[in-house]
Write a protein that binds this ligand. Structure first.
Ligand code: DGJ
Length: 750
């Protein structure tokens, strides 16, 4: 890994063994992009890659010169209004009404490792040798705003982390109206675009289409990253698939309003932009003040989509998530939400916990309804004190009883919200986001606390910290159940209301930071009505997230499959729930529910006391299985094998780092009459290694890695060794888990 700056030619080449990124100072002092892609040999002069041309209707930068038109060169941080007509990366409003910027190269710094982003989540290094950072220092001569563009190249893979920092060194305030984290101009548009979209209960379904001239974008203006779209997109060559071909993934480490966009111009160049959504964004920058954008991460590979995903998984698991739980196997939990909803008392909870303990479950999570007057979703949010009628000895009392059973205790909070029927609201009716004289919209009968204000965050912190200080709580589920409306804060002057959305998220991050640093051993799980804030920003604080409120195994197969394009299995909260399922009323086998959920942070969310003895025995077996294999399931190298979005079968697998162990999940949605022979080709194994394949504890046979990968496992009904599973009667929503372990080769057949 290296960053070379040629001072004379003013070029920058960032490269490692897989990736090259080359830039050059343009004749007008702005920065242009020359190349982004597979590694090319370092050489002195790449100036030939700066193509300029004279085109009809173009506008040119220099008088009497008709080649340098910003519209027709690839830029690093495009500006609108001075010969570029594409959507810009930056827009700054001056006092005189002008919105033009002209950021010219001043100097650069190259440093080992990666600098921190103050107040914002970001990737990090643990050792300076893991990455190198280039900081380009640019300045606008009129506004005297200094712009610093950060580029961190990680070693080993094509990982480039980018962000921008603005420093007002001038004498007048300005307004930042657009300040994207990432801008990349690519020389062609021969790409498929993949976005991850959906709604509550069907989050992150991949949607693919050809890039076309014009703008294609996804984003959120809901105040959180949203169920609807994820701050992650992929551009891939149309011949690229899971295992080969050129792929680029773009991910924004941010939990608020975002925009991810690709614009193809009439000459077929593509501009990729990622950053805070410019709608309602207006940040006033007084002289001396700074603004730091969130970080965006790009991953480039020429080895297919799985490789891109695995690169994100490694980075986000090891160098974005932090703290005590980052590398630890996650506790198997029972959550009472779908077991009781609001209808519980201490006795009922303890009964559930006792049965869970008998099944080997390690953590009991008390969900919504334990505090204030919270007996329905009409009241209580904001009053983070146990309801004495339900929990006579408060949280410490209940937690002690759970711990006496031999389990850890976890608790649900929704820190950012308030019901009007709450003591907090009665005390501080002005603490919600709302616009004077306007209607206040609600969502689920609740209102959004103004987290842009420190005193509001402080108050919530005090209430939460008081409970955590008792030491009784080992886990927190941090929920967030509505989108933001009337985004206005009485604490800010009229010309600063465009800052509230971003300040709100900074407040959320601040609370997370305070709690995670004061209580480092507490495991945080993020949640937002399921997966409405399943993004890399939150992953920095909470190493796992509740992936979706949809706990149906078939829907989950799709949701977890889509989520895996960017996020590691150690971050994917997945539970076994009741059948028929509460969201879609579908009945699925208990085995399939567990076989999907075990590719995540595993748990149960149903009333175990309603299960038969036989089912409880099966739960115990599942828990034992998970305890044996969870390191591999949560931290192994994950491969998508067959997409459930494309047919009746879904399949994935995880492989240990030394390729000695693997677990394969195979899922058939509907039973097929008189089916054809079927096989599943595996991936990531050592072709030379002899493996034993077993299912439900029964050995099915021994196979070399190359057989398993190039021939495949036979999944036809009634076949594959003498598997008793295969002989069982077939049904809809069936699944199989194959455990693959390396054997010492006797050498007899090979
Ligand atoms: C929404 C979450 O996604 C659910 O898991 C549950 O915690 C409810 N909120 C509780 O209100």
């Amino acid at each position: 890994m290296s960053i070379i700056y040629d001072e004379k030619l003013k070029t920058f080449h960032l490269f490692n063994e897989n990736f090259s990124y080359i830039m050059k100072v343009l004749p007008n002092g702005q920065i242009g992009n020359l190349y982004c892609g597979r590694k090319i040999s370092p050489k002195k002069d790449y100036s030939y890659l700066l193509e300029t041309v004279s085109r009809a209707m173009a506008s040119y930068v220099f008088e009497k010169e008709t080649t340098l038109s910003l519209e027709h060169v690839r830029q690093e941080y495009g500006v609108y209004g001075s010969s570029d007509y594409r959507f810009p990366a930056v827009e700054i409003l001056q006092k005189n009404g002008s919105r033009i910027s002209d950021f010219r190269f001043q100097s650069c710094r190259i440093q080992p490792g990666k600098p921190k982003l103050s107040g914002l989540p970001a990737t990090y290094t643990e050792d300076d040798s893991e990455a190198e950072t280039l900081i380009l220092v640019l300045k606008d001569p009129v506004t005297e705003i200094q712009l610093e563009l950060f580029y961190t190249l990680f070693s080993g893979a094509g990982i480039l982390a980018r962000s921008a920092r603005f420093i007002n060194q001038g004498k007048e305030p300005v307004h930042l109206l657009k300040a994207m984290s990432f801008c990349l101009d690519l020389p062609d548009c021969q790409y498929d675009w993949i976005q991850f979209s959906g709604a509550w209960s069907r989050e992150r379904h991949p949607r693919q289409r050809r890039l076309e001239q014009g703008i294609q974008s996804v984003g959120s203006m809901r105040g959180h990253s949203s169920h609807e779209h994820n701050p992650f997109i992929i551009l891939k060559r149309s011949n690229a698939d899971e295992f080969q071909g050129e792929v680029m993934g773009f991910s924004l480490i941010y939990s608020g309003n975002f925009l991810a966009q690709a614009e193809v111009d009439t000459h077929d160049t593509t501009r990729v932009l990622l950053g805070i959504h410019p709608e309602w964004f207006d940040w006033k920058l007084e002289p001396g003040e700074e603004f730091q954008t969130p970080e965006a991460v790009m991953v480039y590979t020429d080895r297919g989509i799985n490789d891109m995903s695995q690169t994100f998984h490694r980075l986000y698991q090891k160098r974005l998530a932090r703290g005590y739980w980052r590398d630890r196997e996650r506790p198997i939990l029972i959550n009472n939400w779908e077991a009781t909803y609001f209808d519980f008392n201490e006795e009922k909870l303890l009964k559930l916990a006792k049965t869970a303990k008998e099944a080997g479950i390690e953590l009991f999570v008390l969900d919504d309804g334990w505090f204030g007057k919270r007996c329905s979703d009409q009241a209580g949010l904001g009053d983070w004190k146990a309801n004495p009628e339900r929990l006579p000895q408060g949280i410490p009392g209940l937690a002690a009883k759970i711990e006496n059973l031999g389990m850890k205790f976890g608790l649900w909070f929704e820190p950012e919200m308030v019901n009007k029927d709450s003591d907090l609201y009665r005390e501080h009716p002005d603490w919600i986001l709302s616009v004077p004289e306007r209607n206040q919209c609600h969502g689920r009968n609740q209102y959004v606390l103004d987290f842009s204000r420190k005193e509001v965050v402080d108050r919530i912190y005090e209430m939460m910290a008081e409970i955590l200080k008792s030491g009784a709580v080992s886990y927190i589920k941090w929920d967030m159940n509505r989108s933001i409306t009337e985004c206005w804060s009485p604490a800010l002057p009229a010309d600063r209301h465009g800052e509230v959305f971003h300040r709100y998220i900074l407040g959320v991050y601040d609370l997370y930071e305070r709690l995670t640093s004061e209580f480092p051993k507490v495991l945080f799980e993020s949640c937002a009505s399921g997966g409405a804030r399943f993004d890399p920003g939150i992953l920095y604080y909470a190493p796992q997230g509740w992936t979706s409120d949809d706990t149906d195994a078939v829907e989950r197969l799709k949701i977890q499959y889509g989520t895996s394009y960017c996020y590691p299995t150690s971050s994917i909260g997945a539970h076994v729930s009741a059948s028929p399922n509460h969201q879609v009323n579908r009945s699925t086998p208990l085995s399939t529910r567990a076989n999907v959920a075990c590719f995540g942070t595993f748990g149960y969310e149903l009333d175990l006391n309603r299960m038969t003895d036989q089912e409880l025995a099966q739960v115990k077996e599942q828990v034992d299985f998970m305890k044996t294999w969870r390191k591999l399931l949560q931290f192994g190298k994950f491969y998508r094998l067959v997409s459930p979005f494309e047919g009746n079968i879904g399949a994935w697998m995880t492989v240990s780092e030394n390729q000695n162990e693997a677990i394969v999940g195979w899922y058939r949605i509907l039973n097929t009459p008189n089916p054809p022979y079927t096989r599943l080709r595996l991936a990531g194994l050592d072709p030379e290694q002899l493996y034993q394949v077993s299912e439900d504890g029964e050995v099915l046979g021994e196979f070399y890695g190359d057989e398993l990968m190039y021939v495949g496992i036979i999944t036809s009904d009634g076949n594959f060794g003498s598997s008793s599973h295969a002989k069982k009667s077939r049904c809809d929503f069936e699944s199989r888990l194959f455990v693959i372990t390396g054997k010492t080769d006797s050498g007899s057949e090979k």
